[in-house]
Design a protein around this ligand. Structure first.
Ligand code: GLC
Length: 730
């Protein structure tokens, strides 16, 4: 070898050109991704392949510098791009150019029931990830809303697998249109934060396939998602980040997933399982090295030196590491090495407008007695009360937290909209306790004083807008812990009752990602579920309260009257949160989650799945069912806007099996469409029901099956407001 050769090898591109005019295949854009992956794989050493399978910092993993293959950078989260952290540890690096847009929490997106909006969401948040040079965005989350206590429900898309499946696909396509990988999470059965690192879930095959997997399956098979995050918890004894049933048998073999399985941060527990049970990329492991010294921590990862040793000794076949490296290379070629990727954009007015639109579309008008809403422009005084009227909701909550360029609070939004013509005054009303380690510190506020001030203001105002709900503190809507109870915290119930005693004109705006108990519901004339609306939440709330935008959101999960009405919780400790010793858990509610439970037990909900009012009224008529040549069934019906203002209605279609010979939910959502109608306008809507719509998972046959016989097709404005019914025989 010429003596100048080693020197030039440090300049890959130069060395490449110098050694041969031909660009190597893995750098050649004209070749297919698979050709480039194969070429890179055959050029890599064993050490380079192993190095690629685990973190090199808390949010990046190695490429192959020698070959000009860049490292892979990832970032949270589902609602926006997380501010930059230090290379090796979990603290914000205080950059001055990483403030982002906070898009509404995914529960709000789910409540929009609007797939095109989900694609707009994904495209915009993907543009921000792209601009921040992150090639994997760690979201969306599609775990199922099984109880109202899960601390992370706000990050997910509700209780119904069909709804989540229809929204997760366009979100992923939107993100990936930027050359950024989405990472659907947390696969799977991660429906609580209590004991999340080791709770060992078991669930029937039927509930697994009918309730907990469909959104992940849609993400892979329809969304073509490029990465999947293994969950922390166990499923049938093995951690989900290296679980043969979930990752090898279902995800990679049955669904033919060709992307990368990334562990949750700290979700990997041993080399053998990490090698053989479907994991590709180990992140966030707090191995001994990490605690003793940062320097060698990444080498002590389970898929680092220990893995290399077993490969070198022949205990693990090199096929195993080649398969992991192949998938990671494929992800790199789809993202960082895709030269045609757009450049993205960060915290732009366009993205703020998208955030506001999503928040408008997701907000749910739960009740509106005496048409107290929309607030008339003639209003003279508004008392805005509640800590949530001013509290930032884009910080906190765990890994989905953000550093925003700005955030419009509900108080600011209401002042922006009404401040020129009405006296808008504020009283905090209540204060939340600060979360201190394992206890909730008493609120630092004088609760009585806060309440008295608020009641005094309410007494002298024409209208009260009480902005309450939960917040992003631990044991509220926050990662790492579940809620401790179902009620509104921090004395809000007492405050509300005192306010109602002096002023009946109260609009309650609930800022939360979870259902809450409403013992006073009958006394409150109007209630709006506002979710966590992100950067423009305050303006979006004012858009809805003023009627500038007609509310069209529908509940993506049931609001039970009381906690014991929830299936999972009513079935005892083993069902939720699992057994104290050993943390074994059985999803005893099976397929009966959410409205499926309430319907099967005839338990009336406070507000049903799919519920949401409008400032106008819609009428449904003329349902007809036709069998198509391809075996699909087409349901056609008319919706008319009978009111004085235009608006969107989410028409929902449920199926019911008559005289079923197996255990089934009473009704199941199998179609929906959001329809815009001018005042007085009517439109004909058609929804397709393919064969999957009628299937159930047959545990004996380990496959999907269809019961022959009569089905009722139900069409309406929620799971309990059915206006049209028709039978059909399959
Ligand atoms: C967290 C979360 C996961 C997040 C990851 C990185 O613990 O479970 O959703 O993406 O670690 O922050």
């Amino acid at each position: 070898m010429k003596k100048w050769m080693p020197l030039i090898a440090f300049f890959p591109l130069l060395s490449t050109v110098a050694m041969s005019q031909k660009v190597p295949v893995y750098l050649d854009d004209s070749k297919t991704i698979e050709q480039r992956v194969n070429a890179a794989l055959s050029a890599m050493t064993l050490e380079e392949k192993v190095a690629m399978c685990h973190a090199q910092s808390i949010f990046s993993s190695k490429g192959v510098a020698r070959l000009g293959i860049p490292e892979l950078w990832m970032s949270d989260g589902p609602h926006g791009v997380h501010p930059e952290l230090f290379y090796d540890y979990w603290a914000q690096a205080n950059w001055t150019n990483d403030s982002s847009t906070a898009f509404p929490a995914l529960t709000c997106l789910a409540a929009s029931f609007n797939p095109p909006i989900a694609e707009l969401y994904g495209k915009a948040v993907g543009e921000e990830a792209r601009y921040r040079n992150k090639s994997v965005l760690l979201g969306p989350g599609v775990n199922i809303y099984r109880t109202p206590l899960n601390g992370r429900n706000f990050e997910y898309m509700g209780e119904d697998p069909f709804l989540a499946s229809k929204l997760v696909v366009p979100y992923i396509k939107g993100v990936q249109s930027n050359g950024v990988a989405a990472c659907v999470k947390h696969f799977a059965l991660n429906e609580q934060e209590t004991w999340r690192m080791d709770v060992d879930v078991d669930v029937s095959e039927r509930a697994l396939h009918e309730i907990y997997l469909p959104a992940f399956k849609a993400a892979v098979k329809e969304g073509k998602v490029w990465s999947v995050m293994g969950a922390y918890n166990k499923f049938r004894g093995h951690h989900c980040s290296h679980n043969d049933i979930l990752l090898n048998q279902i995800l990679k073999k049955e669904w033919k997933f060709d992307g990368v399985v990334i562990s949750d941060w700290g979700g990997v527990h041993n080399t053998q399982e990490a090698a053989y049970n479907g994991l590709d990329l180990e992140m966030g492991t707090n191995t001994d090295g990490m605690t003793s010294s940062i320097a060698n921590s990444y080498n002590s990862y389970f898929l680092a030196v220990p893995f290399l040793k077993e490969l070198n000794s022949g205990k693990i076949d090199t096929f195993i590491v080649n398969e992991k490296a192949r998938r990671i290379l494929r992800l790199i070629f789809r993202t960082t090495m895709n030269r045609n990727r757009p450049f993205g954009s960060l915290a732009t007015p366009e993205h703020a407008a998208v955030a506001r639109k999503i928040a408008q579309e997701g907000m749910v008008l739960l009740k509106n007695d005496k048409q107290i809403l929309p607030i008339p422009n003639t209003i003279k005084s508004i008392a805005v009360i509640g800590e949530n009227a001013t509290r930032s909701m884009t910080i906190g909550g765990g890994s989905s937290e953000l550093k925003v360029r700005y955030e419009v609070s509900p108080l600011e939004g209401i002042k922006n909209r009404f401040g020129k013509t009405a006296l808008v005054q504020y009283a905090q009303g209540y204060g939340s306790g600060k979360y201190l380690y394992d206890s909730i510190a008493p609120s630092p506020y004088d609760a009585v004083k806060l309440r008295d001030e608020a009641v005094a203001l309410a007494a002298k105002s024409e209208l009260v807008v009480l902005v309450g709900g939960l917040n992003k503190n631990s044991n509220q809507d926050c990662e790492g812990r579940d809620r401790l109870d179902y009620g509104l915290p921090f004395g809000q119930n007492e405050l509300l009752t005192d306010i109602l005693n002096v002023n009946k004109n109260v609009v309650l705006v609930v800022v939360s990602g979870n259902a809450v108990e409403m013992p006073w519901e009958k006394q409150v004339p109007a209630i709006v579920q506002a979710w966590y609306g992100g950067t423009e939440s305050g303006n979006a709330i004012a858009d809805i309260l003023s009627g500038d935008v007609n509310p069209s959101g529908k509940l993506p999960f049931t609001f039970p009257v009381k906690l014991s009405d929830n299936g999972a919780i009513s079935l005892g400790k083993t069902s939720y949160p699992g057994n104290e010793n050993g943390h074994k858990q059985v999803y005893k509610d099976g397929i009966f989650v959410g409205y499926r439970w309430h319907d099967s037990k005839s338990i009336p909900p406070l507000f049903p799945f799919g519920h949401g009012l409008s400032y106008t009224q819609f009428a449904y008529s003329n349902l007809s069912l036709t069998k198509e040549t391809d075996g699909n069934i087409k349901a056609t019906f008319t919706i008319a806007n009978k009111g004085k203002v235009s608006g969107n209605e989410v028409a929902q279609l449920y199926i019911h099996k008559e005289n079923s010979t197996i255990e089934r939910a009473e009704n199941e959502l199998k179609g929906f469409q959001k329809v815009f109608l001018l005042a007085g306008e009517a439109k004909t809507v058609s929804l397709q029901l393919n064969k999957e719509a009628f299937q159930y998972y047959n545990e004996k046959r380990k496959d999907w099956a269809t019961e022959k016989g009569a089905y009722t097709i139900l069409v309406g404005g929620s799971s309990r407001e059915v206006y049209l019914k028709k039978s059909i025989v399959l």
